[in-house]
Structure formats: C-alpha cells, structure tokens
Design a protein around this ligand. Structure first.
Ligand SMILES: *[C@@H]1O[C@H](CO)[C@@H](O)[C@H](O)[C@H]1NC(C)=O
Ligand SMILES: *[C@@H]1O[C@H](CO)[C@@H](O)[C@H](O)[C@H]1NC(C)=O
Ligand SMILES: *[C@@H]1O[C@H](CO)[C@@H](O)[C@H](O)[C@H]1NC(C)=O
Ligand SMILES: *[C@@H]1O[C@H](CO)[C@@H](O)[C@H](O)[C@H]1NC(C)=O
Ligand SMILES: *[C@@H]1O[C@H](CO)[C@@H](O)[C@H](O)[C@H]1NC(C)=O
Ligand SMILES: *[C@@H]1O[C@H](CO)[C@@H](O)[C@H](O)[C@H]1NC(C)=O
Ligand SMILES: *[C@@H]1O[C@H](CO)[C@@H](O)[C@H](O)[C@H]1NC(C)=O
Ligand SMILES: [Ca+2]
Ligand SMILES: [Ca+2]
Ligand SMILES: [Ca+2]
Length: 588
C-alpha cells in the first residue's frame, strides 16, 4: 500500500546517497534501508517529507487548487503501477499535512509536527524559508502549536502503532516492484544473465545500459570483447562483424580486425560520477510537473538513478528519455569505437554510487567481466573523484588516509593486472578539487525553490548537513575551513596515487595518471560564453551534468593525445566495415 511514498522516498534518498560511502551490500542490512533509516534529526525521511510537502504546496499554488487536489494530482502523475499505492498512503498522512499547510505552516514545520523530522541536536533543520514567528514565539513552541492542531491525527498514529516512515521502510525490499530494484542494487553484475558471462540481454538492472549486450545469452563463450579471428558463421564477440570474404577466403574478423589494429574494450571502474548520476530536475520543479514528468521513474530507479549509456566513459547512444535528460553525448567508448569499429559494443561501466577506494579494491573492481587469455586488451579508467574525502560528519575520521588509499589503489591495480590482456592501458584519474561547487552554486536557486526563488544551494547544503545525509559534508558546506580541509586531503590522496605508479610496475598495462579536467572544463565552458553551473547536476548540486560529461571526454582526450602510445591508431578498414556491416547491429 505504501509504494508511492516509498518510491518517492527512494529517489530522493538516493539523491543524498550518490557520492557518499555506503555500507557494503554484503552486510546484513541493505544499504538502501540503512541509509533511509539513518536517524539524525529525522535523516532522509525528514528531507523527503519536507521536499514532497513543499512540492504539494507549490503544485496547489501553480494550478490554483486545494492541497487535497494537489496531492491527488501528484499521485496521478506517478507511473500507473504506483498510483493506487500512492493514493492509499496519502489517505493515511494527508489529513494532517493538509490541515497544517492550509494553516500556512511551512513544509519544514509540518514535517516536525507530524513527527518525521526529529529534534536530536536542538537545531531546526529547514530547507524552505523559516516560518514567521509571532512575538515571543520560538521555533519549538511553534512546532508544539502545530502539533496540538493535529492532535487527533497524532493520537491515532500512536494508538495504531504505525510509524509509516520507519516500519514500512524496514520491509522496503520485500515489496514486489521494489524487490527487483533492491536485488539489482545489491550487486554490480547483471541481474538477468542466462549463461553467467556477466553480459545480459536486458537493459536495466546492470544490463546492456551498463555493459555491451550479450548476443547469445545461452553461451558463455559468446560476449562483447572476446578476442577472435574466427567468426565465420557465428558472431562470437557481438561486434556485428561476421562471415568470410569471398575474395580472400579469410574471415572479416581476421582481415579487418586483427591484433595489429589494437582493438580495445572500454572499462570504467568508478563512482556515481563515472556512472553519471542524474535526477531529472523536472521531478522537483513544481512549475514543470505534469503527467509526463515521472514516466521514466521506474526505469531510472532500475538503473540506480545512473545514466551510464550517456556517460563520459561508456556513453553509446543519444538520450531516448527527453523528459528526463538531454544533451550532447561523447565518451571514451565512442572515441575508441570511432578509431576502430571492431570495438563495437565492447564497453563496461563498473561504477557504483558511493564507491571509495576500499569498496573498489574489495568488491566493485571484481565485477568487471574480462579474461586475460580470451579477451581483447582494455582501455580502463580508474576514477574515484571524491567519496574518499567526502564523508565526515563532522570530523575527519571518515576520510581515507593517504596510506590506506595507497594500499587500496595498489590492490585494485593488481587485480586489474591479473585480469586484462597484455597491451592494455589504464588511466588513473585523481580526485577533484570540489571547492568549485560551492563557488559556482552557493548563491544560485535550487530547483525546489524555483517557484519563489527562495531556496539556494547553500541552504540545501547546510540542510543536508543538519540531517547528516549530505553526499559530501566537506565540500557542500558553507564553512570555508571545511571546504579547504577536504581539498587538502584530496590532494594528499592524489599524491599517494602518483606514488603507487612511481613505485610499481604492472605486467599487462601501462598506466597514466591525470588530474580531473573539471577546472579546465569550467574555464573552457565560460570562454564559450556559457555559465559554469550548466556543467553541474542541478538537483544534487554535485555531479557533472550531461554537458559536463561530454566536455570531460573532450578534455581527457586532449590530454591523452599528448601522451605517447596511449591512444591506439585508427583502423584503416573502418570504411570497409561500415560499408559492409552498417551499424553493426546497434546496441539494443
Ligand atoms: C483560483 O480558484 C478560485 C476558486 O476556484 C477562483 O475564485 C480564483 O479566481 C482562481 N484564481 C486564479 C488566479 O485563477
Ligand atoms: C529541541 O529541543 C531543545 C531542548 O528542549 C530546544 O531548546 C530546541 O528549541 C528544540 N528544537 C526544535 C527544532 O524543536
Ligand atoms: C576459396 O575457397 C573455395 C573453396 O575452398 C575455392 O574454390 C576458392 O578458389 C577459394 N578462393 C580464393 C580466392 O582463394
Ligand atoms: C547523436 O546525435 C547527433 C546529432 O544528431 C549525431 O551526430 C550523433 O552521431 C548521435 N550519437 C549517437 C551515439 O548516436
Ligand atoms: C568552520 O569549521 C571549523 C572546523 O570545525 C570551526 O572551527 C569554525 O568555527 C567554523 N567556522 C564557522 C564560521 O562556523
Ligand atoms: C582556503 O584556501 C584558500 C586558497 O587556498 C585561501 O585563500 C583561504 O584563505 C582559505 N580559507 C580558510 C578559511 O582557510
Ligand atoms: C613509494 O615511493 C615513495 C617515493 O616516491 C616513497 O616515499 C614511499 O615510501 C613508497 N611507498 C611504498 C609503500 O613503497
Ligand atoms: Ca550472458
Ligand atoms: Ca553469452
Ligand atoms: Ca565478430
């Protein structure tokens, strides 16, 4: 029954989770559950309550309806599967919310009054403008007054013993539609994979939006990236190149794709930035909410709110989801494919929201599908741009130390070395200097405040810190000392990364360290007369946007072009491949 609210909770919760370290999924509690149940001043449920209540209030204003009608409208806009559930939940909490909103209480006060936001630290965590207090009134007495207004509701809630936002969330992964999503989120490998080769014929749940589509899901020796010179009758590497050239009696694979062409698969081992985390701003922009707004919601959740198929590393298509995401796509994969069409479909995004160096070494890296003996070499990017310094509420204990970072990075690279074919390339991307985020966004208006221009990113950042659910306490912080400290550690970790490279040699790949090109990307963008904020995700205020992803690729390739022996040469047979095989079977 509570599905609608839960889903909305999920997506907002995930927004505050994206770059944050999450407990390993192998732990008993599902990371999603534990994150949602985090409980300082009400944590994520408090934030979700305030944002949803705020949206309802704004919708009523935009459409000149009552609060009740606005709630109904929001439920109707959700995907059909969720509407009944939404209506049912709403019946449970709506009377109290409606009563308080109609008495002009702010969404933050409403959520304290109904008990979802809690008073653990004494602070009043608010994202919307503060209530106008009467003379002599304190925020605590105001909340008390709101409570007494809805005392019948609170008494009933107490009697029934149902704590909607807690009891329900504990069982969140048992609900059918959610179960699929939870299971998918529990692993970094495809949920549907008939032959266990780590490639899928499904799209979401870590399927072909993440790694090239399996062209035979009943044969584990047929998958993208496999090295072959054969493929006379069966396309064993799924690149669409197949058959024998009657002029020579050689297979097209051996004639046009032989090893001297340096075929390479694209792999990224990374975090939410690599996976291209994105929450459509229209989801939280009251003026834009319509029956179209949430139609990609389930799809997005099944992809963990990531859009790897449009990302800077493994993007391979233009957006087919125009209400949710638009913009130019450019990627490492597309560029390697352009150099050599034999690389078609050979991409893997092994990126995980919240990953830090330890997760990468112990778990995430092991999810890539590659055989040193049977597969082509890879062009692999290892990119953890911030989680190792981002947590810390509010001390530095949770930041990874340079020694540990060195150890974990080396462990990851050793694993890679054992599993990739000789001639591979690894690009080690350093941590970013996240101070630019605050500089660019602090004074701008967040989408949830766009109706009245009354919620800045600075307010949102401090709000998330108040609830201790920020994806990056240190950089998304109005305290400059903290922003500086976070950057200091990031630079120390980059130094450790370079030391790993200086002190070690690897058998099967050459490795190059590069600093993240974000600062230069911003400069370039502004030179083109464009505002810097366009490069940053509007809802989370943290990740690179679609434009930021495409520009990152451009700049990374400018750097790589300067380095000797990194980029493979173009395949002189590309035109012939294109003429004979067209789009090589596409991707979907
Ligand atoms: C809003 O609705 C009310 C009653 O339904 C109506 O009286 C009022 O004129 C409407 N306002 C606008 C701006 O449409
Ligand atoms: C929380 O409780 C403390 C102590 O009772 C009080 O001083 C403070 O104003 C309360 N804060 C809120 C937001 O209710
Ligand atoms: C290809 O093989 C066929 C049958 O084995 C043979 O008849 C033909 O002459 C060969 N063509 C070339 C170009 O070698
Ligand atoms: C995306 O669209 C642009 C413009 O139409 C086109 O040039 C480009 O090839 C497309 N990219 C992909 C990956 O299909
Ligand atoms: C900023 O944070 C530092 C470190 O916690 C603290 O010492 C300082 O007082 C804070 N500054 C402000 C203006 O809050
Ligand atoms: C933060 O760092 C910048 C640049 O390194 C420096 O100019 C500024 O004074 C520092 N601020 C604080 C509060 O430490
Ligand atoms: C790696 O090399 C640096 C000097 O480049 C040295 O200071 C450091 O101790 C070495 N670290 C390890 C773990 O070998
Ligand atoms: Ca498979
Ligand atoms: Ca297969
Ligand atoms: Ca083939």
């Amino acid at each position: 029954m509570k599905l609608g609210v839960i889903l909305s909770l999920l997506l907002l919760a995930a927004s505050s989770l994206a770059l944050r370290s999450s407990p390993s999924p192998s732990r008993q509690q599902h990371w999603l559950k534990s994150a949602l149940l985090k409980d300082v001043n009400g944590g994520t449920p408090c934030a979700v309550c305030a944002v949803l209540t705020g949206l309802v209030e704004q919708l009523a204003e935009v459409h000149n309806t009552t609060v009740t009608q606005a709630i109904d409208m929001l439920c109707q806009f959700l995907p059909e599967e969720l509407q009944d559930a939404c209506t049912a939940v709403v019946k449970a909490v709506a009377p109290a919310v409606i009563e308080l909103l109609e008495a002009s209480e702010t969404p933050d006060v409403v959520c304290y009054a109904i008990g979802i936001c809690k008073n653990d630290t004494g602070e009043f965590c608010r994202v919307f403008p503060p209530p106008k207090l009467d003379a002599g009134e304190s925020i605590a007495t105001r909340i008390g007054k709101a409570r007494s207004r809805i005392s019948p509701f609170l008494a009933m809630k107490k009697k029934s013993g149902i704590d909607l936002f807690h009891d329900v969330l504990i069982d969140i992964c048992k609900i059918p539609v959610i179960e699929r999503i939870c299971n998918g989120l529990n692993d970094h490998t495809p949920v549907e994979d008939g032959d266990g080769d780590l490639f899928s014929t499904a799209g979401t749940l870590r399927g072909f939006y993440w790694r090239g589509k399996d062209c035979d899901d009943s044969n584990k020796d047929i998958y993208p990236g496999r090295h072959t010179l054969d493929d006379a009758t069966v396309d064993t590497n799924c690149n669409g190149i197949l058959g024998v050239d009657p002029a020579t009696n050689l297979t097209y694979e051996s004639e046009w794709c032989d090893l001297s062409r340096r075929q390479m698969g694209t792999i990224v081992l990374g975090d939410s930035a690599s996976a291209h985390f994105h929450i459509p701003p229209s989801w939280v922009t009251s003026k834009e909410i319509s029956s179209e707004t949430y139609k990609d919601l389930l799809f997005a959740l099944e992809n963990e709110l990531d859009w790897p198929m449009l990302s800077s590393s493994t993007g391979f298509m233009n957006s087919s989801w125009p209400t949710s995401i638009t913009g130019k796509v450019d990627s490492t994969y597309l560029r390697l494919r352009e150099l050599n069409l034999c690389n078609h479909k050979d991409y893997q995004s092994i990126a995980w929201n919240g990953a830090r160096a330890k997760d990468m070494a112990k778990e995430v890296a092991k999810a890539f599908g590659r055989s040193r003996l049977h597969d082509n070499p890879v062009f692999l990017t290892l990119s953890l741009i911030g989680n190792d310094v981002c947590s810390g509420h509010p001390n530095m204990d949770h930041m990874t130390t340079p020694d540990k970072f060195y150890e974990y990075t080396l462990e990851t690279l050793k694993y890679v070395d054992q599993n990739v074919a000789p001639g591979s390339i690894v690009i080690g991307m350093g941590l970013v200097d996240g101070r630019v985020l605050y500089e660019i966004l602090a004074k701008r208006t967040h989408p949830i405040g766009s109706l009245h221009d009354d919620v800045t990113y600075s307010t949102v950042y401090d709000y998330l810190n108040c609830l201790q659910i920020s994806p990056c306490f240190g950089w998304m912080n109005s305290n400059e000392t903290w922003r500086n400290r976070t950057t200091e550690r990031a630079f120390e970790l980059n130094k450790a990364f370079k030391q790993v490279l200086a002190n070690n040699t690897f058998e099967n790949f050459k490795i190059f360290y590069i600093d993240p090109p974000l600062p230069n990307a911003i400069k370039d963008w502004m030179k083109m007369g464009r505002p810097a904020w366009e490069l940053i995700e509007p809802v989370d205020g943290f990740h690179p946007s679609q434009a930021g992803n495409a520009l990152t690729t451009e700049l990374v390739f400018q750097i790589l072009a300067q380095l000797d022996g990194v980029l493979p040469p173009p395949n002189p047979n590309n035109a012939k491949i294109k003429a004979k095989f067209g789009d090589q079977g596409g991707y979907l």
